[in-house]
Design a protein around this ligand. Structure first.
Ligand code: CA
Ligand code: CA
Length: 145
């Protein structure tokens, strides 16, 4: 048994990664998901820490987005880098969070993350359209703490 959780299965993880790839096919922005047991503090503060640990603050256009999940203390946060926050309306993150948590409440963790990733991807696309020479600056995989 995975020491962390049965939060999402291997198959579901593959679906989520597929959603990240799909989103990043249309934008230069970078989306990542980090899952760990507990934030141990304000989830947004923890998400900011993880953002830096994962070097997400080093993208060229400062357009990384991190979806953070603490499975045991039910913590959740979604944050974006400066390049996005300069453009996006302030309630965008709240709206996206709500969209994801609606699924989480029904224990549809995979669906919530997939929907969240695609939702963020559409918005990123409008600000940071895919460029011919785009580089995948951050790996399309779920990071675990
Ligand atoms: Ca990219
Ligand atoms: Ca990526």
């Amino acid at each position: 048994m995975d020491k962390h959780f049965d939060f999402i299965s291997k198959e579901e993880e593959a679906r989520i990664i597929q959603a990240i790839e799909e989103a990043e096919d249309h934008t230069s922005g970078e989306i990542r998901i980090h899952i760990e047991k507990r934030a141990g503090k304000n989830p947004v503060e923890r998400a900011k820490e993880v953002f830096n640990i994962l070097h997400m603050d080093e993208t060229k256009d400062r357009n990384g987005v991190l979806i953070y999940v603490g499975t045991e203390d039910h913590s959740f946060a979604i944050i974006g880098d400066k390049g996005i926050n300069d453009r996006v309306e302030s309630h965008f993150w709240e709206d996206t969070k709500e969209l994801i948590l609606t699924h989480f409440k029904n224990k549809q963790f995979c669906d919530g993350l997939v929907q969240g990733v695609l939702h963020v991807g559409l918005r990123l696309k409008s600000y940071f359209p895919y460029q011919e020479d785009d580089i995948d600056e951050l790996p399309n995989e779920i990071s675990r703490g």
